[in-house]
Every structure is written in C-alpha cells, then in structure tokens.
Design a protein around this ligand. Structure first.
Ligand code: SF4
Ligand code: SF4
Length: 399
C-alpha cells in the first residue's frame, strides 16, 4: 500500500472473471462498468503504472467513488487485493491533499486528539463546513468513554485473560455505552481489561482520504502504545479499527521503519471483541431477553474468519433472543466511513436495499459491530434499535 508500484504484478493476476461484479455495492447501485473492481484496477494500471492513458479528473473520480469496503478483495478467487491497490492509487493521486488546507488541519486534529476537548471540538465545525447531514451524524455523548473508564478493570472471579481495549473514535465520542458494554461483559467472563492512555484514531479515515503521512503518524503512535503492553490480546469493538491494525498497519510503513516489527507483532494479537469472547468462551450465562433481532455483517470482516459468526453464536446463548437472518446479511449498508457524507444519493440507494432487507425480517433490533454502519443504518431505520452485539449481550447480563 505504501507504493503502487509494488502491486504491478498482482494487478496482472486479475483473470477478468467478473466475480467482483456480484459484490461491489457501488456497481450494484449505479451499474457503471467503470466502477467494477476489475475496471478500476485496469485503469489504474493503464494510467498510473504503464502511462498508456493520461491521469484525468475522471480517473480520480473512479478511484475515489469506492467505499474501500473490501468486498471485491474478499470475493476475488485470484487473491487480487483490490482495496489496497485503490488505496495505494489514492495515496499517489492525492498525496494527502485531497481536501483543502483547513479541512486537512481539522481532520488531522480530530484524528490525533480524542474526547470533547479534541475530536468533537474539531469535528463539529468541519461537519458544518462540509454540509454533513445532522440527522445522520449522531450527537456526541455528554461523557465520552475516555472519561468513564480508565486504567485497569479487574476480571470478575478467576482471571482467564488480560486484554488491552482499543476504543475507536466513534465508540469514544458517540457510543460510550458500547465501550461500557464491552468492558463489563469481558470482565464478567473473567477478562481483565486495560484501557490504555495516549491513543489516537486508528488512522483509517486518513487511509480512505489518501493521506499516507497522517496514517503513518497514527499507526506509529498507536503501535508504540499498544505493543508495549503486557497483555494476551488487543480487542476492539470496531471492525474497521481491527482491519487497520490487523491487516493494514504494517503495510503502510517503510520496511526499515523502527515501528515495523512491533506493528507486525501487534497484528497477531488483534481481535474484534465478540470474536475474542466467543473464542474464549462464556463462563457466565447471560439471562433471558425477549427480542427479535437481525445481524448486519460489516464489510470489514475479512481480517478474521470467525468474526461474522461470533455475534450469532454468542447471542444464540441468550434465551428469548430470536435471530432472524436477512436475505443478504453481508450486503454493504452504504456508509463506508465518511463515504455517505460525500456521495449521499449513491449511499442512500445502497442503504435502501439494506433497510428493505431488514424490514422483511420483522426485527425490532439490528446488531452490527461497525459504528459507521450503526450510525448510517439508524438514520435509515427510524424507531428501530441499532446496537453493537456486545450491547445486546450486556442487556442480557442485566447491565
Ligand atoms: S472496495 Fe468495495 S466499493 Fe470499492 S471496488 Fe471493491 S467492492 Fe467496489
Ligand atoms: S474477482 Fe478478482 S480476478 Fe475476478 S474480475 Fe474481479 S478482480 Fe479480477
């Protein structure tokens, strides 16, 4: 990802099988051939690697009009890492200057700082400037997670494991109750939870924005803190933060970067919270719930083969929690981090398919691990609860 040139050979592995056509949410919505994964990487190859075509504004649009959902990469039988090729092309096309200077400064500050004095103070004017729709951006919580939990939360009963909890920006600022649920449910099941200080945004917004410098800064800072901890695992409730640490962090650093070895070691320890708990097994039985729910599988799931089954298997232990599957539980919701703010009509079209599928399940509650999915789905499902699976489990425990 550091260098588009490194993907020169991998691009040629594309067999033009067109399987990615069935999973690309952008193509399924606008039906434009140029938005197919194979077409995107073919254009990148022709214009940016072989110089057979000029680098035009249209090429930039094609590279940018992608959710970086990774569905094409997960589908590809030839193992072409399409999302990484598109991200590497963005680094080269934008060189961290996709946005104006003020917007870049605010985004950088918002990613680097956390809490009401940091993220929200900077994000609110940026949101206003960009004309983001307020009904889709939830109000920040009165007390963010960083101000509710700090230090070490002891395990209840015999300690089975000790983990660091990486709390992403969205959980910290908008959904601290999700963070609280993660801490309490893990502790109830014998896990000691360390909430480290000094962390920043995982860096994924910078990756999406083509800002390699900011992304590397976030990776170095977070890896420096997390890799130094004496823990069995690093858990996160956010599938996108997990994707960044597990599958991308080491790839965005130069080979000789002093943080590289620690980034690779850290990747081996990263888990999504429900996946980790399911792997460890429950030792405390949750109580009953009278609830019909459906599970939206986040697109950023490919970094763990068990991530999509974990919430189902854990919540199957809750009597009275009835899971009704959607026809396409793995279909994208259209959020794509901040993509829905820039490509409103496109994202709303993708979301409509999803909410219709959810409606057909007759579920009053939707669970999903990704906070961007929750934000965007909640805005499209007024009156419905959209929760992290750990939050539903926490309710079953009576928290
Ligand atoms: S990352 Fe997602 S939106 Fe982008 S080309 Fe692949 S499937 Fe389509
Ligand atoms: S699925 Fe992979 S090999 Fe097939 S067309 Fe898409 S990128 Fe090429």
């Amino acid at each position: 990802m550091l260098n588009l040139d490194a993907y020169r050979d991998l691009i040629t592995k594309c067999s033009q099988c067109q399987l990615c056509q069935t999973t690309c949410p952008v193509f399924l919505e606008d039906m434009l051939e140029t938005h197919l994964a194979r077409a995107r990487i073919g254009l990148i190859q022709a214009a940016m690697l072989e110089g057979k075509m000029p680098v035009t504004r249209r090429l930039r649009e094609i590279v940018d009009r992608c959710l970086l959902c990774t569905n094409c990469t997960q589908t590809c039988p030839s193992w072409v890492p399409v999302d990484e090729i598109i991200a590497a092309a963005r680094f080269e096309l934008h060189k961290g200057k996709r946005r104006g200077r003020i917007e870049r400064y605010l985004m950088h500050q918002a990613m680097k700082q956390r809490g009401p004095k940091g993220l929200m103070e900077k994000a609110a004017p940026l949101a206003k400037k960009l004309g983001w729709s307020p009904e889709e951006l939830p109000a920040p919580a009165e007390r963010d997670f960083d101000h509710r939990f700090q230090g070490v939360i002891p395990a209840e009963g015999a300690r089975r494991a000790r983990v660091a909890y990486y709390v992403g920006c969205a959980t910290n600022a908008f959904y601290p109750e999700t963070g609280e649920a993660v801490v309490r449910v893990l502790a109830r099941n014998g896990v000691e939870v360390v909430v480290p200080e000094g962390l920043s945004c995982c860096g994924l917004p910078a990756l999406v924005d083509g800002d390699l410098g900011t992304l590397q800064e976030m990776v170095r800072l977070n890896v420096g803190v997390l890799a130094a901890l004496d823990v069995d695992a690093v858990v996160t409730d956010c599938t996108s933060c997990g994707l960044l640490f597990k599958a991308k962090a080491a790839k965005v650093l130069p080979e000789d970067d002093p943080v590289m070895a620690r980034a690779e070691a850290l990747a081996g320890k990263v888990w999504e919270a429900t996946d980790y708990l399911n792997h460890l097994g429950l030792v405390s039985e949750p109580g009953p719930l009278g609830e019909r729910y459906t599970y939206h599988v986040p697109c950023h799931r490919g970094w763990s083969p068990t991530l999509a089954d974990a919430p189902r298997q854990l919540l199957d232990r809750v009597s009275g929690a009835e899971r009704v599957e959607m026809e396409h539980p793995e279909a994208c919701c259209g959020a794509g981090g901040a993509f829905f703010m820039e490509y409103k009509a496109l994202s709303q079209g993708i979301r409509s398919r999803k909410t219709e599928d959810i409606d057909r399940t007759g579920s009053e509650t939707v669970v999903t691990q990704c906070p961007a999915c929750r934000t965007y789905l909640a805005a499209g499902l007024p009156g419905r609860r959209v929760l992290h699976p750990m939050a539903l489990l926490a309710r079953a425990y009576g928290f």
